[in-house]
Design a protein around this ligand. Structure first.
Ligand SMILES: Nc1ncnc2c1ncn2[C@@H]1O[C@H](COP(=O)(O)OP(=O)(O)O)[C@@H](O)[C@H]1O
Ligand SMILES: N[C@@H](CC(=O)OP(=O)(O)O)C(=O)O
Length: 597
């Protein structure tokens, strides 16, 4: 990113393959140059030949501007030049900042500085809600259901949200009216929930949307204040169309052209850095605000990346990239420099909070690299995620833990043949809208695990830090979900019509993300480690994705397993050396001669 991007084109030939819609011509040509805290004319450097070269950034403005004018006059605004001029208006990247990156006024300032340190970029900014605001909104909503209308204004989390946002605008010295009407509306909404004594999924999505609506308004106002022209956008107003699955909306195809058109049209009319709400969309039938699932701002960023055909998607977090395991589980986790979309998607699906499970899809489809960076440590190289990478020396990339998993062993009562049996089992899960994570089958039985975030009631009770009985609950993004016994009983009841069911709670999935081409080496290591610790693996599955091997163990033992596995795979020498030294059963390397034989 440090080097200036150069785009070369030949006169009278258009730039081919541009994913951008055609735009009005002859509009003023503007370039995002944050060093000057304003937009400046782009620079051109004529090379005297039949081709012209556009310098996207560089030290001198003067000569470049003259050259543009000369070129425009000389060429009488030929198609080729017009195309180059249009090309210049492209956004180059999307920069998404998560809640931890914009948790306070100071952090917002740092993020603005960070954006300004990339003068060669013409970014679209995506923001999440400040700090823990989404969790606080959810908790406030839950409390409102039972607190009574007269107490709704006193909900502790509402005060925390108000205080944080008012303090932030004050510290950033921007007009409080940017947030005040939203905060009043939020209070009214909580009173409404208290009056109805009900919090539907639709209302819940509307409620949490306040977080991103507030953070983006503050940040855009701050950029404007420091002289960088910025424009705030609510994603649900600019074409983010989703399914009507409240709390878990899926982005629909219509989103891509709609978002591209809106952002480009606005830029052409009045150039300004777009600051877009992450996480939010609009249901295509209901037209109500939807959310993309927790952590959904990553998906917003990759969707914009694909829509605009950008060069890069950056997701800025509070860690030095994707790490070899969750640093809150084992602190000696280290950054993984390169990942494929498949590895990242698998890692996210199997529980690594660092990325939204669906977020890799648009990036993969658009072939756009995703860079995971640390906004607290921008110098760290981070992780770059691309379609392919050299896997020859890769054994294991990362270890992911998904906790509080329920495992079901389902054995056929032989009322159905094998094919009918599997189909019936899965149709039961489909009817009950319960996701299955890991599956292992034999002719007459099937073992599987259920996705805890789907299975367990959405009822929130309290924040993790104050809970004494953590082990009995699903912990998800700092919130605790109480188990919904009814839901589970219902699954078992349905399955028992065709099978004998054994239900085991308190399990964990340890996913080994890596090169499954070397599965024997991975499994040999993993089983050796677990055997040494006296741990029995209860189920194993090698995913069709070719990047994941999942092991099911008791939840209580899971963290210890991750730590031991991490030590063995990442802290005891370079495993790739073993790839050219196949081992004998006793663990000793085979001699080169024997390999050749
Ligand atoms: N393999 C992993 N690599 C990096 N972070 C991980 C991993 N697994 C879990 N995490 C957690 O994900 C967090 C970052 O994700 P998230 O909280 O969604 O960031 P943000 O809110 O900034 O987008 C980290 O602080 C870390 O605790
Ligand atoms: N604010 C939403 C969306 C999001 O993406 O957040 P973050 O980027 O902080 O993970 C959430 O907490 O789920």
């Amino acid at each position: 990113m440090a080097a200036a991007a150069r785009v070369q084109c030949h006169n009278n030939t258009s730039l081919t393959g541009s994913p951008l819609p055609r735009r009005r011509r002859n509009s003023p040509t503007l370039h995002f140059s944050p060093n000057r805290v304003n937009f400046t004319p782009l620079k051109w450097i004529g090379d005297g030949s039949s081709s012209c070269t556009r310098m996207v950034s560089g030290p001198s403005l003067k000569g470049g501007t003259t050259t543009v004018r000369a070129a425009l006059e000389e060429e009488k605004k030929t198609d080729a030049v017009s195309e180059v001029v249009e090309e210049e208006k492209r956004f180059t990247c999307v920069m998404k900042f998560g809640g931890s990156s914009v948790a306070t006024a100071e952090r917002m300032r740092e993020v603005a500085d960070l954006v300004l340190t990339f003068p060669e970029e013409s970014p679209v900014i995506v923001l999440s809600a400040m700090g823990k605001t989404t969790n606080n909104l959810l908790l406030a909503g839950e409390k409102a259901v039972s607190c009574g209308v007269s107490n709704a204004s006193e909900i502790e989390e509402l005060s925390v949200i108000k205080e944080l946002h008012l303090r932030t605008v004050k510290e950033l010295e921007i007009d409080p009216s940017v947030v005040s009407s939203f905060l009043e509306e939020l209070e009214q909404l909580l009173k409404g929930i208290a009056m109805m004594k009900e919090l539907t999924l639709r209302t819940r999505d509307y409620l949490v949307s306040f977080g991103e609506c507030l953070s983006t308004r503050i940040f855009a106002a701050y950029l404007n204040k420091i002289g960088v022209k910025a424009r705030q956008y609510d994603a649900f107003e600019i074409g983010f169309i989703t399914t009507d699955d409240f709390t878990n909306g899926d982005i629909l195809e219509a989103t891509y052209p709609a978002v591209a058109k809106r952002l480009y049209d606005d830029w052409m009319d009045d150039p300004a850095v777009p600051v877009v709400t992450g996480f939010l969309g609009k249901g295509w039938k209901t037209c109500a605000v939807t959310t993309l699932g927790r952590g959904g701002s990553d998906l917003t960023a990759t969707t914009i990346g694909k829509a605009l055909g950008l060069q890069e998607i950056q997701v800025w977090k509070d860690v030095d990239g994707v790490l070899t395991c969750d640093p809150t589980i084992y602190k000696r986790a280290t950054p993984v420099p390169f990942l494929t979309f498949d590895e990242a998607a698998e890692l996210a699906y199997f529980g690594a909070q660092v990325l939204h499970p669906q977020s890799m899809r648009p990036a993969r489809e658009g072939g756009i690299p995703v860079r995971v960076k640390n906004s607290y440590n921008p110098k760290a190289p981070g992780t770059i995620i691309t379609k392919t990478r050299d896997m020859t020396k890769t054994v294991l990339t990362s270890i992911v833990l998904k906790r509080n998993v329920t495992m079901l062993d389902i054995a056929s009562t032989r009322m159905l043949g094998q094919v009918g049996f599997l189909a019936k089992v899965f149709s039961i899960f489909e009817d009950l809208e319960i996701s299955v994570d890991v599956v292992a089958t034999s002719e007459v039985s099937i073992s599987l695990t259920l996705d805890p975030s789907k299975l367990w009631s959405r009822e929130l009770i309290q924040q993790a830090s104050s809970c004494q009985i953590l082990k009995h609950f699903v912990l998800f993004r700092g919130l605790i979900f109480v188990p919904c016994k009814q839901e589970l009983d219902h699954v078992v009841e349905e399955l028992e019509k065709i099978a004998v069911v054994n239900l085991a709670k308190g399990r964990a999935i340890i996913s080994l993300i890596g090169n499954v081409q070397h599965s024997s080496l991975i499994l040999e290591r993993a089983f050796h480690v677990l055997w040494t610790k006296g741990i029995n693996v209860q189920m194993i599955s090698q995913g069709a994705s070719k990047v994941n091997i999942s092991l099911i163990v008791n939840d209580a033992e899971a963290e210890g397993c991750v730590e031991a596995l991490h030590k063995s795979f990442f802290e005891s020498g370079d495993l790739s050396e073993l790839l050219i030294q196949p081992r004998l059963g006793n663990g000793s390397p085979v001699r080169a001669m024997q390999v050749e034989n």
